[in-house]
Design a protein around this ligand. Structure first.
Ligand SMILES: NC(=O)c1ccc[n+]([C@@H]2O[C@H](COP(=O)([O-])OP(=O)(O)OC[C@H]3O[C@@H](n4cnc5c(N)ncnc54)[C@H](O)[C@@H]3O)[C@@H](O)[C@H]2O)c1
Length: 391
């Protein structure tokens, strides 16, 4: 049913596109998320997919064949592709597993290409800084693949925070989780340290952080007291390993399946965070934003798809009375661009028109610094100070 909030919806559907100016794209890493990039690129009238790369022999060729694209030139690595000047590439999507984000992004930026880099930004803060140095040197667009923030509900959360209705925001609780949801349907690239580096933190934790940090303008994180564990992933009797006949995954598991943290942000804001791939609990709780004039409740979700779990509620005082205002959830019209489509469209627009990246590295650096600091704090068993080198 249409609501009065329909007026809030983005007007992307009405956008006119100059199809005579094509953007030449290459795809690095042809796994699961590359398919989502392809689906959205193929809807754009001003995009040509000209090349692809995967380090697994034959994988890129098979991937493009599925789309009926026999003319896409395939390479055995991202590096070989970005350095082939004959392709006249404009931009690449980096769709590799986490540990290969930094090297592939740096190679592409050094080759003078715009980069849409999948989330998480990197595994460590140092890597993120190195990518940003390459970005600065190249003068190219670097956007990080956080599609949920392009969702109209997420934009509403940000608009509420920015409106002043909550007053000064001083405390945030956020996170998410699944009872049993360690992601292994396509193999082990999310759970092995050599490919993923971080687990639930990097897979879904980064989204919860982006939802609230983007809403409040990405204040600098100062200190983190973090914890992470891996009780489920390392258990050969974990129910999903048993159900899929893969008890051997327990030995390969080298990342976190649960993490929690207490983060101090600049401006006297406290962030209380938890994330789980598996837990003996139904929910990690709603996202709560406390302000001096009002509080916002965002019903819990995994958040990666941009959805919120239900209507938003603002708790505030009107004429001396404690009242609650419901903000109905916004539902997409059938056929409207998905958040993945918006991610790709906004990147292509930035490649063509310049300006700021749709999801700038300068913001996601702070997201990455929190993830990295949680891992470090957990290992050291104490609070750590976040220090970010000059870019
Ligand atoms: N935005 C989203 O909603 C979303 C959803 C899923 C995954 N992701 C992210 O996308 C990334 C990839 O996830 P996936 O599920 O597609 O993983 P995947 O393991 O299915 O695919 C990664 C591919 O990259 C290839 N690769 C690795 N290094 C390479 C290199 N140097 N050059 C060329 N190819 C290389 C691998 O061989 C593999 O085929 C992860 O970082 C993940 O966090 C984002």
């Amino acid at each position: 049913m249409a609501t009065s909030l329909d007026a809030f919806k983005s007007n992307q559907e009405k956008q006119t596109i100059d199809a005579s100016r094509k953007v030449r794209i290459g795809i690095i890493g042809t796994g699961w998320i590359a398919g989502s990039h392809m689906d959205s690129y193929l809807k754009q009238p001003d995009v040509e997919i000209v090349a692809g790369a995967d380090i697994i022999p034959g994988k890129a060729e098979a991937f493009f064949k599925k789309y009926g694209l026999d003319n896409v030139k395939c390479y055995p690595s991202g590096e070989a592709m970005v350095n082939d000047k004959s392709l006249k590439l404009d931009a690449v999507s980096v769709c590799t597993y986490n540990r290969q984000h930094a090297p592939c992004a740096i190679q592409a930026l050094n080759a003078g290409l715009h980069v849409l880099l999948e989330k998480p930004f990197t595994v460590t803060t140092e890597e993120a800084v190195e990518v940003m140095r390459a970005e600065k040197k190249s003068g190219k667009i670097l956007s990080i693949g956080f599609q949920p923030r392009l969702d109209d509900n997420m934009k509403m959360v940000k608009a509420i925070c920015e409106s002043g209705v909550l007053g000064k925001i001083y405390y945030i609780q956020t996170g998410g989780g699944r009872r049993r949801g360690i992601p292994t349907p396509f193999g082990t690239s999310f759970i092995e340290d050599k490919t993923a580096g971080l687990g639930a933190l990097a897979d879904i934790g980064c989204y919860s952080l982006d939802m609230v940090l983007n809403a409040i303008g990405y204040p600098k994180p100062l200190t983190v007291s973090g914890y992470k564990s891996a009780y489920f992933g390392t258990d050969p009797n974990y129910s999903n390993y048993v159900a899929t006949g893969h008890p051997e995954y327990a030995k390969l598991f080298g990342v976190d399946d649960f993490a929690a943290a207490f983060v101090r942000l600049k401006g006297g804001i406290i962030l209380d965070f938890r994330i789980a791939w598996a837990m003996n609990m139904d929910t990690s709780g709603d996202t709560l934003i406390y302000g001096t004039k009002g509080g916002l409740r965002i019903p819990s979700t995994e958040c990666w798809n941009g959805s919120i779990g239900g209507d938003l509620t603002i708790y505030h005082e009107v004429a001396g009375k404690q009242v609650e205002t419901k903000i109905p959830m916004i539902h997409d019209r059938p056929g409207a661009p998905s958040n993945f489509d918006k991610k790709i469209r906004s990147f292509v627009d930035a490649c063509k028109n310049g300006g700021e990246a749709p999801v700038p590295s300068s913001q996601i650096l702070y997201n990455q610094a929190i993830l990295d600091a949680i891992a470090q704090s957990s290992e050291k068993g104490r609070e750590v100070k976040i220090v970010i080198p000059e870019i």
